[in-house]
Design a protein around this ligand. Structure first.
Ligand SMILES: NC(=O)c1ccc[n+]([C@@H]2O[C@H](COP(=O)([O-])OP(=O)(O)OC[C@H]3O[C@@H](n4cnc5c(N)ncnc54)[C@H](O)[C@@H]3O)[C@@H](O)[C@H]2O)c1
Ligand SMILES: O=P(O)(O)OC[C@@H](O)[C@@H](O)[C@H](O)[C@H](O)CO
Length: 382
């Protein structure tokens, strides 16, 4: 049986990547630092995934195991060294922390006389997630290993889409997910002769797919969440019941949509259907998705290549509207969730340094730029 090692036994790890890989015939080992999850994976060897719909369906993912990389680092390296596929869903900011394990695994694997090829795919919400992982891994490898890895180890980028809320069940492994899913991998980053994973779409050019996903699903998601937060709401389902939030969300998605249609040549009608489907997914009454989860890590979400700044700057450069996106950024700066470290950091920076230096530092947009000025205007209006 083919072996996959997946870093991150959290919501998307168990609820999407682990499930899909298992259905595609892989034996999945989860590597995580959460001992409750790892302990339960070792003990149970299986877990339930519930597809949340009007008629929920339960699937049991069998034959899985877990390794705690903080407590069993050598086991994690050995498992990764032997894997046919390595995937991650730990959060893009955590990639640097798993890089040493992956680097050690690559070194161990390539020390064998005829090592098998290996794909390492980061399934994170970011442009070029696997490339970012590679950039953390490569400096940890000896020069001869880097040379040997050429043609044997690849980090193809990917886009993943499935909404999996934060949740608690008696069984810590149980995970409830929306039925929809999409996993797209950059075929140009795969090694020649690769065997496709069933359920994954391989495309010649990933950019239209990752930008469409990040700048529609995630742009829209956080735009609704930050507006809902300012109204004191708890879930996106509650936010979607507010007509003014819905109207502004449509404006934001029309702004990012206009960029996507102009840049990637999408059919405007098809893109509109894509937007409508996403709005339906946000409303899914079978899920309760916390606004604080969706808005989490606002510094990451306000970073230059992410879901708000990038489409706003691209809209500006094309002479297209960006006011709705600027309002989402202003609302992100007012996201004051005490449990979110990045939200706390933003509030500290606003208090100590003021609005303009905070915007410039986080978004990279200089003070005299019209998009910067629009964020300032919207911030004062909120
Ligand atoms: N939840 C979703 O709807 C969704 C959908 C698509 C993509 N994503 C992306 O997937 C990634 C994970 O999101 P999530 O919602 O599953 O989060 P999560 O918090 O549920 O899962 C992350 C897991 O990573 C583990 N982890 C943290 N540090 C680690 C380390 N050093 N080594 C190994 N494991 C470590 C955590 O213990 C946790 O189990 C993020 O990049 C997110 O943007 C999430
Ligand atoms: O995971 P983040 O923090 O990048 O974004 C929060 C949500 O928008 C995200 O997890 C979505 O649920 C997911 O990207 C849907 O595919």
């Amino acid at each position: 049986m083919k072996k996959a090692v997946h870093f991150g036994a959290g919501n998307i790890g168990r609820g999407f990547i682990g499930l899909l890989l298992s259905q595609a015939g892989y034996q999945v080992t989860f590597v995580d630092v959460n001992d409750t999850l790892v302990g339960a994976l070792k003990k149970e060897g299986e877990y339930p995934v519930v597809l949340a719909d009007d008629q929920p369906q339960q699937i049991i993912v069998r034959g899985v195991s877990g390794i705690n990389s903080a407590m069993e680092p050598f086991e994690a390296i050995a498992a990764a060294a032997e894997a046919d596929l390595i995937t991650t869903a730990v959060g893009v900011n955590v990639l640097k922390h798993i890089a040493p394990t992956i680097a050690a695994a690559i070194s161990q694997r390539l020390a064998e006389p005829s090592p098998k090829p290996l794909h390492i795919i980061a399934c994170e919400n970011a442009i070029g997630g696997s490339t970012q992982l590679k950039e953390h891994v490569e400096p940890l490898l000896a020069r001869e290993i880097i040379q040997k890895a050429e043609g044997l180890v690849a980090f193809p980028n990917a886009a993943v889409d499935r909404i999996v809320p934060l949740q608690q069940h008696e069984n810590p492994l149980m995970v409830e997910v929306e039925p929809f899913y999409e996993w797209v991998v950059d075929a140009s980053g795969m090694l020649p002769g690769y065997i496709p994973v069933e359920g994954v779409l391989y495309v010649k050019e990933l950019s239209p797919y990752i930008e469409r996903k990040l700048f529609t699903v995630n742009t829209g998601h956080c735009s609704a969440a930050y507006r809902g937060y300012l109204k004191g709401l708890d879930t996106i389902q509650q936010a979607m019941a507010h007509q003014d939030i819905k109207d502004e969300l449509v404006q934001v998605l029309q702004e990012s949509g206009a960029v996507l249609v102009a840049k990637h040549g999408f059919d405007p009608k098809e893109h509109d259907s894509y937007i409508q489907k996403i709005l339906e997914r946000f409303r899914n009454p079978a899920l309760q998705d916390d606004i604080v989860r969706i808005g989490r890590s606002p510094i990451r979400k306000l970073s230059p290549n992410d879901r708000l700044v990038s489409p706003a700057l691209q809209a500006f450069e094309r002479g297209l509207p960006y006011q709705g996106l600027a309002k989402s950024m202003a609302a992100a700066l007012r996201f004051n969730a005490a449990e979110d470290e990045e939200a706390v950091q933003i509030q500290q920076s606003l208090r100590l340094r003021g609005l303009t230096p905070t915007i410039t530092e986080i978004t990279g947009i200089l003070e005299d730029h019209p998009v910067h000025q629009e964020i300032v205007n919207q911030y004062h209006r909120l």
